[in-house]
Ligand binder design. Sequence first.
Ligand code: PGA
Length: 243
Amino acid sequence: MKVIRVKDYQELGKKAAAIIIEHVKAKPDAVLGLATGSTPQTTYRELIRDHKENGTSYRQVTTVNLDEYIGLSPEDPNSYHYFMKKELFEAIDIASENTHLPNGEAADLEAECRRYDDLIRSVGGIDLQLLGIGRNGHIGFNEPGTSFQTRTHVVELAEDTRKANARFFPSLDAVPTSAITMGIQNILESKRILLLASGPAKAEAMARLLNQREITEAFPASCLHLHDDVTVIADEAALSLVD
Ligand code: PGA
């Protein structure tokens, strides 16, 4: 696991975007695994800036996102479909049919999970997967206790996760209680993984990941020690408790 230390959230976005851009230039039909949340926002802004200034093209790129809330429509401003459209997709030249997220409104959620696994396989697997990390160590919505063998599945969201995400909703009650997420196995099958962490709220999780290095399903991000091409980009605040 390689760790890149950056000064702050802005630098984090620049560094992560530079790695993604380099990847897309080397492989114009790359499959990018994308994430939502606050952490990747500066990265997406840098990708948009570079697209406008330097013309990096995403015309042949395919994206698969980690997760989506159950019960929110793609038009709901709190859905991850909406987030991706506003934060990235509508500002670059990616074809909307090449952008994929789980369907949180599927009538048969089990069938939707299998469809998503098949989709990831059919595009040849993920070349570069972007990840944030939850305060409890979750990656995607794989909460503590999730088996490392899981593929796309339905999860009940941990209370801590719902509280952390309540800032986007009118109240805690409005935060969905469940989601569809890629599983740990899907994530570990990505060829390369980029984990981003910013701010003091992530310091304890980063210390557990980088100091203790214990591999346990109680701390989902620890599965990344099993992968041989992981780059962590974190700012000084997120690394403040790391030895
Ligand atoms: P955040 O979420 O980027 O909004 O902190 C990260 C996560 O929970 O995976």
